[in-house]
Design a protein around this ligand. Structure first.
Ligand SMILES: [Zn+2]
Ligand SMILES: [Zn+2]
Length: 639
């Protein structure tokens, strides 16, 4: 309900990066409306967006949005970032991704060596107006940037790469390692930012890296974007495995099934700790194969009488790939529209990860040149985003495509919580225009890319780690992941369900502890060009403005007498309609006038005293009258 002041912010806010200036430029302007490249998940493009109406959400590729925060006892932030005892221990600190789906970032430290696995972003909650996204807080490495030996990226989704342009240059530009598609996506995004060149190092699944004391290997995992991998980190305390996002798929789109033999081989050599994806840990059973999804899609395509319009996420590259394959197989013509989707397809083609026969692809401006039953349009906007391609087609605002009765529109992704109404509205429009709408839950992005309970058990069985550390997800997802390990008889004390920044230490005998201490992981907000410069105060103001609007009181006073030279002006925005609330505004004016006139001379000579009085008194008054708390902005002008 309105009016209760100072609704506590859900999370404490703040922050700074380790050091240094904000990145030099904002990303290139894309088609304004587009979901950014491979955003999985993203709705908030990199472009700053202002105002309250920020459109619907995109999924954080897979994640749902769930209330943040772990509940229960939480670790304490350490006063200083040293532990004394830990000098020759291997320290694992997950800086982000343990309390949310997003800003995944894990730090591993031993002596003078630090490596990172992933450096993602998180999209803001509803109550963070104006914030583009949140990046991991790396203040822990402040002063030891030179120790950072490298940043390893598991795959190209934004919740794993999004922090790179902001953080990596601040750490002295350490090398960024990843498979080719991952690096191509990072490179493209960096180009959109402009300026800084990253030190990108392509790896293969077969190679071994030595980064300081760490020996690193990789293994292939399935997900919903090609080139997803897990990381094996050999340390002085034992082998630590980070899975990235994963599922097992024996018939994936890229024909590289999960290699259970390799996992068993890694496991047979002894594994100290397994850090593993929790995103779908609360779902029973096995994850379905891409193959099954492909069959379902194909059945829909075969049945459709007229044109097919399929909306999906640009970052869901496996799905994009499937649509291209099915179009080819059925001898249809495919037009792709949407900046991010086109960019991703170009990257895939360039890397030869995707065969796109010339005879299949047509331009979006050519769709009318072919018989209806031959045409497929694949585009962004399945979340009902206002200005994305699908909405523009539906609302007749697209230059080349509009709905023709008999079109089949396929939503190939689930509705992200918070977007329901936008999607419903979009469906209403589509049906009204005569389209047949298919919202097929099996093609759900949620049920696409992540391990479910039985997959997790199989992974545990193969790897047999001493310690199990659920990562990637809200606290409840981590708990479900832990439950799977408990069901497999992993001892409770060997399962570390940690919060962001909570420190794990492993000694040379392979004994691990989850310390009570945590390092600083408070939000680092990115807002337009600014990184970390929007803090609690600014955010609170934005929240107040977005909830109850504001009232400006302009009082003009004589410099010599300190008296009002005219009646105060009252301006209101987002609070009440001035014309309809004449009496209220008149009362405010009178009260302001009386207040200033009744002030003694001392008060009148100090503008701040008067301003505070106006703020307090009028704030109280408006609250009693309206039960709202607009921001009150007194402006005193001396003439
Ligand atoms: Zn992912
Ligand atoms: Zn992810």
């Amino acid at each position: 309900m309105h009016g209760l002041r100072a609704r506590p912010m859900r999370n404490s806010v703040q922050k700074r990066l380790a050091s240094g200036p904000a990145p030099s430029a904002r990303p290139m302007q894309t088609e304004a409306s587009e979901v950014p490249p491979q955003i999985i998940e993203a709705r908030r493009t990199l472009l700053p967006q202002r105002g309250n109406d920020r459109g619907p959400r995109q999924p954080m590729h897979d994640g749902g949005r769930h209330p943040r925060g772990a509940g229960g006892a939480r670790p304490q932030v350490m006063r200083e970032q040293s532990f004394g005892s830990g000098a020759d221990k291997v320290r694992v600190i997950v800086l982000g991704g343990l309390e949310e789906v997003g800003r995944n970032c894990t730090l591993i430290e031993y002596k003078n060596d630090i490596i990172f696995v992933d450096m993602g972003l998180q999209f803001p909650d509803e109550d963070m107006p104006g914030i583009d996204y949140i990046i991991p807080n790396v203040s822990y490495v402040k002063g030891k940037e030179k120790n950072v030996r490298g940043v390893i990226i598991t795959h190209g989704h934004y919740d794993h790469i999004g922090g790179i342009p902001h953080i990596v240059p601040e750490m002295g530009n350490p090398p960024v390692y990843g498979l080719p598609l991952t690096l191509a996506i990072i490179k493209k995004r960096q180009e959109d930012f402009g300026g800084y060149e990253l030190n990108l190092r392509s790896v293969t699944l077969e190679e071994t890296l030595q980064l300081g004391h760490f020996r690193i290997e990789f293994f292939h995992v399935n997900h919903n974007i090609p080139d997803s991998m897990g990381v094996v980190i050999h340390t002085a305390a034992g082998t630590i495995i980070h899975t990235g996002d994963w599922k097992f798929d024996f018939q994936p789109v890229d024909n590289k099934p999960a290699n259970l033999g390799r996992l068993a081989e890694i496991g047979s050599k002894g594994v100290l700790a397994l850090l593993s994806d929790s995103t779908n840990a609360n779902c029973e059973g096995h994850q379905i194969s891409e193959h099954t999804i492909g069959q379902a899609l194909e059945a829909i395509f075969v049945k459709a009488q007229g044109r097919i319009i399929i909306g999906t996420f640009a970052s869901l590259l496996s799905r994009v790939q499937q649509v291209i394959e099915i179009a080819t197989k059925l001898g249809k013509k495919l037009a792709i529209d949407g900046y991010s989707m086109k960019t991703n397809v170009e990257i895939m083609k360039m890397l030869k990860y995707m065969e796109v026969p010339k005879s299949v692809m047509i331009g979006i401006d050519e769709i009318d040149d072919y018989p209806k039953e031959k045409v497929i349009i694949m585009c962004t906007g399945a979340q009902g985003e206002k200005s994305a391609v699908l909405m523009r087609i539906a609302s007749n605002e697209h230059r080349f495509a509009k709905i023709i009765p008999g079109d089949t529109v396929v939503f190939s992704s689930s509705v992200i919580p918070g977007n329901e109404r936008s999607v419903q509205r979009l469906m209403d429009v589509l049906f009204r225009r005569g389209a047949n709408v298919i919202n097929y839950t099996m093609m759900d992005v949620h049920s696409g890319g992540h391990a479910k309970t039985e997959d997790i058990k199989l992974m545990l069985q193969l790897i047999r780690p001493k310690y199990f550390v659920p990562i990637h997800g809200n606290h409840f997802m981590l708990r479900y992941n832990a439950k799977a390990a408990r069901a497999m008889k992993w001892p409770e004390e060997n399962i570390f369900v940690a919060d962001n920044g909570q420190v794990m230490e492993f000694d040379s005998t392979g004994k691990g502890v989850l310390l009570k201490d945590k390092v600083d992981t408070e939000y680092v907000f990115v807002d337009g060009l600014g990184v970390g410069d929007v803090g609690a105060v600014v955010l609170r103001d934005r929240q107040a403005l977005s909830e109850d609007g504001m009232v400006v009181i302009i009082a003009t006073m004589s410099h010599s007498t300190g008296k009002l030279t005219q009646n105060p002006d009252i301006i209101s925005r987002g609070f009440v309609h001035l014309k309809e609330q004449k009496d209220l505004i008149e009362d405010v004016r009178k009260r302001a006038r009386t207040l200033i006139e009744k002030s003694d001379e001392a008060a009148r000579s100090d503008a701040n005293i008067i301003k505070n009085k106006l703020r307090d008194d009028l704030g109280e008054y408006l609250y009693t009258k309206t039960k709202r708390r607009p921001m009150i902005l007194p402006v005193l002008i001396e003439v």
